[in-house]
Design a protein. Structure first.
Length: 116
């Protein structure tokens, strides 16, 4: 799996889970992952259009992914564990896709460094 594929999967998961959470609980804070997902997807689109800026957009995408992952684990996960239910599943999906995306990104950065 390459970083761009995991980037798109993560962006779609964040968008869909955020929208689902907003519909489920009607809280505007549920749209925070959606906003991050949209920004990550924009990074993907811009990196495909401009190969010269590919590294910059990749680093921005990984930074956004890291920020949302820290937020999900630090603030949302404890509350979702206490509440249980389908909200916990949504949070676990977002954490899973974000974690996978970070691992694949780091692996690609390491591979690029060794191939230099």
């Amino acid at each position: 799996m390459n970083p761009k594929t995991t980037n798109v999967i993560n962006a779609i998961a964040l968008i869909m889970m955020g929208l689902w959470g907003f519909i489920d609980v009607s809280s505007p804070t549920a749209l925070i992952p959606t906003a991050f997902g949209v920004l990550i997807f924009i990074c993907f689109v811009l990196s495909k259009r401009n190969e010269k800026l590919n590294k910059i957009f990749s680093h921005v995408a990984i930074l956004l992914t890291l920020l949302i992952l820290i937020s999900l684990i630090g603030t949302r996960l404890p509350k979702s564990i206490d509440d249980g239910g389908i909200g916990l599943l949504r949070v676990l999906i977002m954490i899973g896709t974000s974690s996978l995306s970070i691992v694949i990104f780091i692996k690609s950065f390491i591979d690029a460094r060794y191939n230099k």
